[in-house]
Design a protein around this ligand. Structure first.
Ligand code: SF4
Length: 243
């Protein structure tokens, strides 16, 4: 139950309460509860990638005015940008904000636009983690589309988790690929055009490759680099902080 006292709960307490209250509930119920809990202080951070249309459809059902953040790294596939525009239009999403990296930081730290090759962790910090920290300013919570099935690093993902001053909400944690496909089919939502070309997980152009049958869905991300996450889910995000 949301009470006046919940506003003074520490994020860890809030997470414990919400995980207990929402265990076994549907994605729609979890999103609705998160909106009741955080009001306009929650945003969905979307890549508009291979599985994003499911969460975007759910948000359009529950609250089409929810703020949605899209991190435009400058290295995205043109298909992703076109897919974003198509879904925004189709689902009548009212509040999508594209956040770019800081131009001065790009000029200083990636003048040759080759950082993705020489130091991909630094590139992700510059083009993803830091812009997201800026975009989350003023929010108490953010929704992610992560799912336990996607990789071993996500296999124990909770519904709610503390992330520094923020709460992260994972309404689709228990969903599998079959659930995503069923939702997209039921609601007649378009797939990202690169899925049919062998990309079950889609990030930046230099760091995304097709996946072979039987491989982990994220095997094509940073292939051969020993890197599995960009950092937005493995670092605490606080605007203004050096990350
Ligand atoms: S995914 Fe690759 S290109 Fe994109 S920000 Fe990270 S290192 Fe840079």
């Amino acid at each position: 139950m949301t009470t006046a006292t919940s506003s003074i709960e520490a994020p860890e307490q809030k997470v414990g309460r919400l995980n207990a209250e929402l265990r076994g509930k549907s994605a729609q119920e979890i999103i609705s509860a998160a909106v009741r809990e955080f009001g306009r202080k929650i945003t969905y951070v979307s890549s508009f990638g291979a599985e994003s249309a499911a969460m975007l459809g759910l948000i359009a059902e529950v609250d089409p005015g929810m703020p949605i953040v899209f991190i435009d790294t400058g290295h995205l596939f043109p298909e992703t940008l076109a897919y974003r525009d198509r879904l925004v239009d189709l689902l009548k999403l009212e509040n999508v904000h594209s956040q770019q990296p800081d131009p001065a930081a790009l000029a200083a730290r990636d003048p040759d636009v080759f950082l993705w090759s020489s130091d991909p962790d630094a590139c992700c910090a510059l083009r993803k983690v830091e812009p997201l920290a800026v975009a989350l300013t003023g929010y108490d919570a953010w929704i992610t589309g992560r799912k336990r099935y996607q990789s071993v690093t996500r296999s124990s993902l909770p519904l709610f988790e503390a992330d520094g001053a923020h709460v992260k909400v994972n309404p689709l944690a228990s969903w599998g690929m079959a659930d995503v496909v069923a939702y997209l089919d039921t609601h007649d939502l378009p797939r990202h055009p690169l899925v049919a070309k062998g990309y079950p997980s889609i990030g930046c152009i230099p760091c995304t490759s097709p996946v072979k049958p039987g491989e982990d869905a994220r095997a094509g991300r940073w292939r051969g680099r020993g890197k599995t996450e960009c950092g937005i889910h493995t670092q605490t995000l606080n605007a203004g902080q050096d990350i």
